[in-house]
Design a binder for this molecule. Sequence first.
Ligand code: G4P
Length: 288
Amino acid sequence: MEDMKDIQWFPGHMAKTRRQITKSLPLVDAVAELLDARIPLSSRNPEFDRLTGRKPRLVILNKADMADPNVTDRWMQYFKKQGAAVITADSKNGKGINKFGAALRELLKERLEMLAAKGMRGRPIRVMILGIPNVGKSSLINRLAGSKRAKAEDRAGVTRTQQWIKTSDGVELLDTPGVLWPKFEDREVAVRLAMTGAIRDDTLDKEALAARLLALLHESYPAAVEARYKIPQDAEGTGYELMEQMAKNRGMLLGGGVPNTERAAITLLDEFRGAKLGRISLEPPEKA
Ligand code: G4P
């Protein structure tokens, strides 16, 4: 896992990333944009379109195992309308990965037919994987590569630049994924990334973050919140007040029966990130 904080997103680093992508782009037939299915907007790189130009695009809605399947379906329609191919994936367990090759072949159908007409049938499809830190790039690559990846790395004397990782279905991946930056300057984006745990929350006010999350969950998934924290679906109040209720219902109390909202905040964030509340999406496509 890469950590957003370990990567210095200073202008020089961003310029270097841009250069690397521009350099690699002519080598690939398509780009695979990895997004977190729970927050497809916030996990996008603001420059993605500009960086990848007219390269055919496969959108992978990753961590789909944790996202609301109905919302994910709507996101699939959204990206299809934009002309991209779309698949969902659970790269942790390898679910959905088998659709990768077929989706790419469909996306590149005309180009592959043209190459076949020129006698270049069977040439592997080459792809670059791109995404922000923690979205699941390494998990996906490992899943797609199976055991072959380790072999490629073991060969002595092979230059680390531009290696291709073969997948089982005729696709080759550029071995180093493009690590992109999110739209940090947008406060809402930073908040959603922190909610899902994509960025560390040690510099954030955990209680404020959790209060916002609880308000959002209570509004969009009231039944899940009631089932787990016994907060009635028609309960009213601010996120902070809901968190006080949650603390009381869970017996998280300080001296004098004061609700321990700090503990409740940590519990809520942990349980949400661990998908204990069920499959939940924080961003519907209607907001895009
Ligand atoms: P990156 O290369 O883009 O930075 O992401 P990486 O593959 O390291 O994945 C980041 C975290 O997200 C990892 O969890 C990984 O297991 C998890 N992950 C990746 N894809 C999926 C997915 O489709 N579904 C789910 N549920 N999780 C996914 P971690 O906490 O760092 O490690 P661990 O819990 O696997 O030990």
